[in-house]
Design a protein around this ligand. Structure first.
Ligand SMILES: [Zn+2]
Length: 256
């Protein structure tokens, strides 16, 4: 393996960096502000954790909170935080998937007891508590067979199913703190401390893989934004839409 790599930045400038250099190291060398605002990198066209060391010569683009794709990574990272909080509070829960969606994210959980609105408040508090621990999303590359055995041991049958379907000879998983681990391609934000503004919104039923013959899961929806102001604006919009719907229902009732 080469002991140094040639990095090309978006402005066309180039620099030689030692092996082991991560996009975060590059961001820091450009400026503290950039490093603090960096969410994720694009390395040779692929989204990449800021803390993941480069593996070859590369074009490196640092994506900040002004970038739409960075917002998706941010929301997906918040979904991991939600799952970690649920597992701390309700360790018997099994995990489905947790993608970003328009304006937010969800995570699907398998648990016999239904989540209540009070549970959502508890989970959100736990998310804040875990966020403040400043945990990193650590990427681990695992051999497929050994990985499958581990998830079977954890009794995470849905994760095993996903690994069977999606993994090559190896796959990646991400930890969050000493206990939480999730089969996931990534990438994620560098630390939970980045997750400044989020709110859990609702609970809905969902079938595993949308198949009514499979597990009936509980889906927790949340929204996440880079700033408290963006979050407040979004919640205000949701509230206005709800009021409008009520007025429409009210008018319809008048007609009866
Ligand atoms: Zn993930």
């Amino acid at each position: 393996m080469s002991s140094s790599f040639l990095v090309t930045l978006p402005d066309g400038s180039q620099r030689q960096v030692p092996a082991g250099t991560s996009p975060m190291d590059i961001a820091k060398s450009i400026g503290t502000r950039l490093a603090e605002d960096a969410v994720v990198a694009r390395v040779n066209g692929e989204l990449w954790d800021m803390t993941r060391p480069l593996e070859s010569d590369a074009t490196v683009d640092i994506l900040t909170s002004r970038n739409e794709e960075a917002l998706e990574v941010y929301r997906h990272s918040t979904a991991h935080l939600l799952a970690a909080a649920v597992l701390e509070l309700y360790p018997e829960t099994k995990l489905g998937i947790g993608p970003p969606i328009k304006d937010g994210f969800y995570y699907d959980f398998l648990r016999e007891t239904p989540f209540t609105p009070e549970d959502l408040e508890k989970i959100e508090k736990k998310m804040v508590e875990i966020r403040d621990r400043g945990l990193t999303y650590d990427r681990i590359v695992v051999e497929k067979a050994a990985g499958l055995e581990k998830y079977r041991g954890l009794n995470e049958s849905m994760k095993c199913e996903l690994i069977e379907e999606r993994a090559g000879d190896t796959f990646t998983e991400y930890t969050l703190g000493p206990k939480f681990i999730d089969f996931c391609r990534g990438p994620h934000v560098p630390s939970t401390r980045r997750l400044k503004a989020f709110k859990l919104l609702s609970i809905a039923g969902a079938y595993w893989k949308g198949d009514e013959h499979r597990h009936q899961m509980q889906r927790i929806y949340g929204t996440a934004w880079f700033t408290q102001k963006d979050l407040d604006d979004h919640l205000h919009k949701l509230e206005e839409a709800r009021k409008r719907d009520h007025r429409v229902v009210g008018r319809q009732l008048d007609l009866i």
